[in-house]
Design a protein around this ligand. Structure first.
Ligand code: NAP
Length: 485
């Protein structure tokens, strides 16, 4: 009986590295890596050793015969990835995964003086960089965060009903007490220390500051929408978000966007509060959800279901809740046609389809999430308070709350260059200039889940080490010694 990877897969490929038979794909050196929603075990070649399950930092891997009801479909989901891939290598082997010859991207001189590196940001990107530096070099690391609690988006971004995803924070936290690491919390670059001071005190600085802002909507009345980042920070108890920041007095909430952040917000706002008690949800959010009036959350996608931004595991999790309905609005014939045609839209086969009357209040019997496609926002309706959202085609959706989940946005770091259009710090493979590096969303933009940061960090640390090897960055200890001579 094979193992299967399930819903919370973080794609950081820790499982790939330990699989003795190379049965987990795509691997980081295969073209699909980063483009699939998750990684998959090939049931035909899995030898059932369980090494992947032991290595998984988010508890996503189980023996197929131990899968419980909501996860049973992952046996097929894993197998389906290999449907067009042969189990045995044909000759020639065009579509077959084989062990590639080992590659050694990094060459570190044996006499490399210990580096002194500062890493700014304790989220996944910063922590993968820290793990790489501490595990593969003799560097000392000063790890800095502006907040008094470490964790970044693992602590303040992952939804409270995803506890196994949050568990990756435990893997990262093990490095906080590493003998070569100094943790400095509550220190903000630009307020408590400048980029110049950091550059002066350390051999190299890696900025892993994420994308703390939210993208705006360019429609009339957009200033009355609330950013999904605020909602996420609110239910996770982020110190920058006030306890009363989210108003739950509307029965229908419209979320613009259908990425995984929109799905998180929809799931939490429609959850039975009793299922959230005992999670890491902020007490003020649990109290507000318990007394709030939300019955329905509408996820508004400007494209069709074949192009929806959510990933398959998150959509499945939304569809499988016993206490909340999932409905697809059939207002546009392209929606049903796409679902029948297959591809990503086929995820919605079996989901209830209905022509929703948007002028009526949401049904009262059961809470629900409605997916409405081919609908871009045109204007927020209402003067002092939100009364509706007009969408392309002229339909007005009656609502008292519009959340914009149209993506995060990086913010400038004083003293560093900034690309205002992309919301990133310009870089080449993580190098801003020799001695200054970036990793994570501030490097590549706000896309990709937690695990995507592992290869991103490997690239950045690789650039740093290449600069040291090339003599572009000289470890200060060595600099001081050569000055004394
Ligand atoms: P995202 O995946 O980029 O989704 C943004 C959504 O906003 C898309 O539906 C996009 O539509 C829409 N949008 C953008 N501009 C718009 C506009 N002007 N009008 C209407 N719609 C607009 O971003 P995200 O949801 O913030 O997620 C960020 C990253 O974090 C993603 O890689 C996501 O997978 C990851 N994440 C993962 C998890 C998880 O694994 N559980 C949880 C949270 C976040 P188009 O697609 O048409 O552009």
């Amino acid at each position: 009986m094979a193992f299967a990877i399930t819903q919370t897969c973080c794609s950081d490929a820790s499982c790939v590295a330990v699989c003795p038979v190379n049965c987990i794909h795509p691997t980081p050196d295969e073209p699909d890596f980063g483009a699939t929603d998750m990684l998959y075990v090939d049931p035909r070649t899995c030898i059932d050793c369980g090494a992947c399950a032991d290595a998984c930092p988010v508890d996503a891997i189980f023996p197929v015969d131990a899968l419980t009801a909501p996860l049973k479909s992952y046996a097929d989901i894993n197998a389906r990835y290999y449907a067009d891939k042969p189990a045995e290598a044909p000759d020639p082997a065009p579509n077959f995964h084989t062990w590639a010859p080992p590659t050694f991207d990094r060459v570190i001189p044996s006499d490399l003086a210990p580096l002194d590196v500062a890493v700014v940001g304790t989220g996944p990107a910063g922590m993968y960089a820290v793990a790489d530096l501490l595990s593969h070099t003799n560097a000392t690391v000063t790890l800095i965060d502006r907040l008094p609690v470490a964790g970044g988006l693992v602590r303040y971004g992952v939804a409270p009903d995803h506890p196994s995803t949050k568990r990756i924070g435990e893997t990262f936290a093990r490095f906080h007490t590493h003998p070569r690491l100094r943790l400095k919390l509550g220190v903000e670059v630009g307020r408590d220390v400048t980029t110049d001071e950091l550059a002066d005190r350390h051999d190299a600085v890696i900025y892993a500051v994420g994308a703390a802002g939210a993208r705006d909507l360019d429609v009339p009345g957009a200033h009355r929408t609330i950013a999904a980042t605020t909602v996420v920070g609110w239910y996770n108890g982020h110190p920058d978000v006030r306890a009363d920041a989210v108003d739950l007095s509307a029965e229908r909430v419209v979320v613009v966007g259908n990425g995984n952040v929109a799905v998180d917000v929809a799931r939490v706002l429609t959850a039975d509060p009793a299922t959230l008690a005992g999670t890491s949800i902020a007490p003020h959010a649990l109290a507000a959800l318990t007394s709030g009036k939300v019955r329905e959350v509408v996820l508004l996608g400007r494209r069709g279901p074949e192009d929806a931004a959510y990933t398959a595991p998150e959509l499945l999790a939304l569809a499988q809740r016993a206490e909340v309905d999932l409905v697809v609005d059939t207002h546009d014939p392209r929606v049903t046609a796409a679902i029948e045609a297959g591809g990503k839209a086929a995820l919605l086969r079996g989901v209830r389809q209905e022509a929703v009357d948007w002028s009526a209040p949401p049904p009262h019997e059961r809470r629900r999430v409605v997916l409405r496609f081919h609908s871009a926002p045109d204007a927020v309706v209402g003067d002092d308070e939100v009364r509706g959202l007009r969408v392309s085609g002229g339909t007005e959706i009656t609502t008292g709350q519009v959340v914009r989940a149209v993506g995060y946005r990086g913010t400038p770091v004083p003293g560093l260059p900034f690309d205002d259009g992309a919301g990133t710090i310009p870089n080449t493979a993580g190098r801003v200039r020799p001695g200054t590096y970036v990793v994570g969303w501030i490097k590549r933009g706000p896309n990709g889940g937690i695990g995507a940061n592992k290869s991103c960090a490997a690239e950045t640390v690789g650039a740093l080490l290449a600069d040291v090897t090339a003599g572009l960055v000289t470890p200060k200890r060595r600099r001081r010694r050569s000055r004394r001579r």
